[in-house]
Write a new protein. Structure first.
Length: 255
């Protein structure tokens, strides 16, 4: 005959097993944060409709060459504390603005072929840091209200109309996330069928609910662009965090 203690332990085991399954399902179905940067209508001649399944970050002024104001957008996301995440794009900290040249928000023709065709609308829109006559331009972006953990960030760099532009991994330029320098950084330009698609990738930790992304362009000609980004939680981190909370709850229940 099963004793009360054994029955209790069995119940805890079953509950723990079910909990693990729910955690794994939750992690597997937790969608990434996907943000598409777009100009307001009509700069570039293309409308501001975002990529299907992506959240739009639309510049909130009609002058697409102005980048002197802070803008924050809030998105519903399972990655956020309380279910929302804030994305804040700041002006150049060096105040290195050149009217009509830097920076520019534009909606270019969409990508129609190659490996980027399924995100072609997002790859058609971008903001860019163009020629810098003196010093450098530094554009900070915060993704705040994030759950702590390890994340993978992919930032896309494509300009359908331009050609022979510089790259984010050139010596004077950089893209960092919480101090970690991103890999890749090549731009794809001058085609509606880029192969490969220009992008930067970086894995980093969030410990204070904020991701600090910094875009830096050194002095020189040419334009660096940002179309959008995807932020994806590293599954193992979320599983460990969830299981740790479940173990603590079970231990307290057994006292």
């Amino acid at each position: 005959m099963m004793t009360f203690k054994k029955m209790t332990m069995l119940c805890f085991s079953l509950a723990f097993t079910v909990g693990i399954g729910l955690v794994l399902v939750s992690v597997a179905t937790a969608g990434p944060l996907k943000v598409d940067f777009r100009a307001p209508n009509p700069p570039g001649g293309i409308d501001a409709t975002p990529q299907d399944g992506w959240d739009a970050f639309i510049k909130d002024i009609s002058n697409h060459t102005d980048f002197t104001s802070v803008q924050t957008e809030t998105y519903n996301s399972s990655l956020g504390v309380g279910g929302t995440v804030d994305v804040t794009l700041n002006p150049d900290t060096q105040n290195n603005h050149v009217a009509g040249v830097f920076p520019q928000w534009r909606n270019r023709p969409s990508v129609t072929g190659g490996p980027g065709a399924d995100i072609g609308n997002m790859l058609g829109s971008r903001w860019g840091i163009s020629s810098i006559p003196n010093g450098s331009a530094i554009i900070p972006m915060q993704i705040s209200n994030l759950k702590n953990g390890t994340y993978d960030l992919t930032v896309y760099h494509h300009d359908t109309n331009a050609a022979n532009e510089p790259h984010w991994d050139d010596p004077a330029n950089s893209l960092t996330a919480n101090g970690i320098v991103a890999a890749g950084g090549k731009q794809s330009t001058g085609t509606q069928e880029p192969d490969p698609v220009g992008m930067s990738t970086v894995q980093f930790d969030v410990t204070n609910n904020v991701a600090e992304i910094v875009f830096t362009k050194g002095q020189g000609n040419g334009e660096l662009v940002v179309n959008g980004f995807q932020l994806i939680p590293e599954p193992g981190t979320l599983v460990l965090l969830c299981l740790g909370g479940m173990l603590l709850a079970c231990r307290r229940s057994r006292r």
